[in-house]
Every structure is written in structure tokens, then in C-alpha cells.
Design a protein around this ligand. Structure first.
Ligand code: TYD
Length: 395
């Protein structure tokens, strides 16, 4: 047993993506205690008691990768790099969602795994070879028998959702060619701590990875990181390029640089996590004070972009309908529903140029640049955005 130490308690939380229908409003919601800790042996930061995958990823899953231009561009650019640099004949995406990434490849080349069958159906209908399955050794063997080994495996914001990392990499080793490449992309623990984005933790985000943590798991599976890119996506993510140890590719200096950066910040020391937790507590108080102050001036606040992340913030800080009149969001499956726990109505996004809106809480703060660009008129009219990162403030 590895040594696991709790350092942060984010209180009772509902399931982050469980948007409520009107007739759910009087029913009791499922809640769990969101605590975050670190496995000191592997330096892996995770939530305390993960829920079962089936409870979270099923045919009701509302998230769509295609809802943000930032994600569409990012996937498109990466696909270009992959084609040029690795020229894969067969590529597999774990957690292919609505196909925003695999659609950059031909139907012959791309294979998708997506356990949420409501989204998996979208790509299947378009003729892509996708499977409504969870990623494990059984799935890998199934794909192996149908399609053979693959040259490249990509996964963005998915591996961090799977509790059993050893199973993940065992399955990858079944399907990946000896000279195959793995590219993983997930929020960076270093950025999370630096920016106080404690909302990266919720029931689906079981882990927030550091390079150090990822390397500790990979070495058990004869895999290693040979390049790493720091991305702006989702408030700071890392893109890890991984290979089998026996495959000879030079290790890019970025790996050493990032490892050093993480060690220097203190990601190996428990005290760094304890001070993060204390900053989070202060952030809560400041966030509540900010909302109270705005409300005391009789100003109207709405929310923009309902995210799993905002579920953590709103429930932890206890900001509900008293403060936020409603949310707007472009995702069809979230519209005309209510936010988990806080029960704030969610409406279809039209525009926010209503003169009665004074402040907009940026639930989708990770798309701040994209949203601020789109909402220039609102800002010009005197409207203001509220964010909680790196500390609660009006922007
Ligand atoms: P995201 O941050 O990707 O979600 P999560 O925390 O759940 O992983 O979700 C962004 C949400 O914001 C998504 O529901 C779409 C919405 N959105 C808008 O409504 N308008 C926009 O311009 C953008 C960029 C996102």
C-alpha cells in the first residue's frame, strides 16, 4: 500500500455533470465528499474515493468537445503535427467524445473508444469505427482482434478520469506497436497549484497529473516520456509524448526542464499541497465576499459556460440562485436544466448584451480568451466578468 495523505476538503458535492431536469428539483441528489490527497510514493494527486465509471460515464453524458473553437483548433493543429511527424497508418483515440479529434483523420486510419454511447453514436453515424466501451485490457484485446496493432494512441482529458492507471497502461501495451507513440494530454498539476484552480478536482477528474507522477506510473510499464509540451488549454495542460523504453527516440530536453520546474516548485513536498489548501480556503472567503458585495449593490450576475469545474466552485463556496440568476451555455444537453447542487437555471446562449446584466461569472474560465473576444460589446457597454483564478476578482 502506498502512503496516501489527504490535504484538501472541498465538502459535500453533487456529481459534477449531473445537470438536473425540472422534475429532478425536488428529488434528493447524490452527493459525495470531495477530498483531495497525494500518494506520496508515486507523487500522484487524486481525489479520495473515486466513484464508479459507470455512474459517471453513461448514455447521459452532456460534454461535447466540439463546443469550443479553442478545442477544435487545438485538435486540428495536433492532427497536422501527428500526420507530418509520425505518419500513422492506424490511430486510436481513448475518449473520442463526439469525434472532434478523430474527424481530422480518414475513416480508415482512425478508431475511437468512447463509453458514453450517446456521444459515441455521433461518430459511428458518420462512418467512423468507434466503440462504446471503457478503456481496459478487454477492450484492447477486442480492438486488436478486429483491427490489429496501432501506430499511435491519443487521449485528451480522459486518462485522468480512470482510477486504475495500471490497467490503462497494460491495455495500451497490448494494442500499441513496439515503435508506436502515445500522446496524452491532461491539466497540469503545477499550473493548478500556481493558479489555485482547485475546481480541476471533481468526481470525474480522479487525477491531476504532474510529469513526475506520470513518469512514476509509466516506468512500471516500460514506457517513458520523450517530449512534453506545455499548453494553454484548460488553464494549463501538459501534452506528454510517450514511447516504449526499447524504442530508440532521443529524449527531448523539455522533459528534464519540466521535471526540474516541478521539483523546484515543490511538487514532491507535502508542504506545497498544504499551502495550496490554505490558499483555496482563502479563495473561498474572497469569492463569497465578492459576490456579497456585488449583490449588496443590487447588481445582476449571470453565469457563462456551465462546467464541471464550476460545480466544484459553486458548491464549495455555496454560491447559488441568490447570487447567480441563471447560466448561459451553448451545449444543447445542458440547456433548460439546472446546475448540480446549486440548482441555477441554464439557458441557451444567445448573447449577453442585455442591459440588465451587470456581471458575468466565468464558469468556463478556461476559455477566457475565446469568450472575452466574443463578448467585446458587453464589456464596451460596461459589463464585467468575474473569475476565481488565480484569485477571485473582477476582470
Ligand atoms: P469545459 O470547460 O470544457 O468543461 P468541463 O469543466 O465540464 O470539462 O466546458 C465549457 C463549457 O462552456 C461548455 O459547456 C460549453 C460552454 N461554452 C459556451 O457556452 N460558450 C463558449 O463560447 C465557450 C467557449 C464554451
Amino acid at each position: 500500500m502506498s502512503k496516501y495523505i489527504n490535504f484538501l476538503d472541498l465538502g459535500a458535492q453533487p456529481l459534477a455533470n449531473n445537470y438536473l431536469k425540472k422534475n429532478d428539483l425536488n428529488k434528493k441528489e447524490i452527493k459525495y465528499r470531495l477530498k483531495v490527497g497525494i500518494d506520496m510514493d508515486n507523487k500522484l494527486v487524486s481525489i479520495n474515493k473515486p466513484l464508479s465509471s459507470k455512474m459517471m460515464f453513461n448514455n447521459n453524458y452532456p460534454y461535447r468537445s466540439s463546443m469550443s473553437k479553442t478545442m477544435i483548433h487545438s485538435f486540428k493543429n495536433l492532427a497536422k503535427i501527428i500526420k507530418k511527424q509520425f505518419k500513422p497508418k492506424k490511430i486510436l483515440e481513448i475518449g473520442s467524445n463526439d469525434g472532434t479529434f478523430i474527424k481530422n483523420f480518414s475513416k480508415k486510419v482512425a478508431i475511437g473508444i468512447e463509453p458514453c454511447s450517446n456521444v459515441e453514436k455521433i461518430t459511428k453515424k458518420e462512418g467512423y469505427d468507434t466503440f462504446p466501451l471503457y478503456w481496459d485490457q478487454k477492450t484492447a484485446k477486442k480492438i486488436l482482434s478486429k483491427r490489429g496493432k496501432v501506430d499511435l494512441i491519443y487521449s485528451a482529458n480522459t486518462i485522468s478520469h480512470i482510477e486504475d492507471l495500471n490497467e490503462v497502461f497494460k491495455a495500451i501495451n497490448i494494442l500499441l506497436k513496439d515503435k508506436g507513440i502515445i500522446i496524452l494530454e491532461d491539466p497540469s498539476l503545477l499550473e493548478c497549484l500556481k493558479r489555485n484552480t482547485y475546481d480541476q478536482f471533481y468526481n470525474e477528474h480522479i487525477y491531476v497529473f504532474s510529469l513526475i507522477g506520470i513518469e512514476n506510473i509509466l516506468k512500471k510499464h516500460n514506457l517513458e516520456v520523450f517530449n512534453i509540451q506545455n499548453l494553454k488549454i484548460h488553464g494549463g495542460s501538459n501534452r506528454y509524448f510517450i514511447k516504449k523504453i526499447n524504442h530508440r527516440i532521443a529524449i527531448n530536453p523539455s522533459v528534464k526542464i519540466n521535471r526540474k520546474k516541478e521539483v523546484k516548485y515543490g511538487l514532491k513536498r507535502l508542504s506545497s499541497y498544504i499551502s495550496f489548501a490554505s490558499r483555496v480556503k482563502k479563495s473561498k472567503k474572497k469569492f463569497q465576499d465578492l459576490f456579497k458585495k456585488i449583490k449588496s449593490q443590487n447588481k445582476r450576475i449571470i453565469g457563462y459556460g456551465v462546467t464541471a469545474k464550476s460545480t466544484t466552485i459553486l458548491n464549495y463556496c455555496k454560491i447559488g440562485r441568490d447570487y447567480i440568476s441563471y447560466f448561459v451555455d451553448t451545449t444543447l444537453d445542458k440547456q433548460n436544466k439546472y446546475t448540480p447542487g446549486t440548482k441555477i437555471p441554464i439557458y441557451k446562449y444567445n448573447n449577453i448584451n442585455d442591459k440588465n446584466i451587470d456581471f458575468v461569472f466565468l464558469g468556463a474560465w478556461n476559455f477566457k480568451d475565446e469568450i472575452l473576444k466574443k463578448e467585446k460589446k458587453f464589456v464596451k457597454q460596461g459589463g464585467r466578468f468575474i473569475t476565481h483564478t488565480p484569485y477571485p476578482k473582477i476582470i
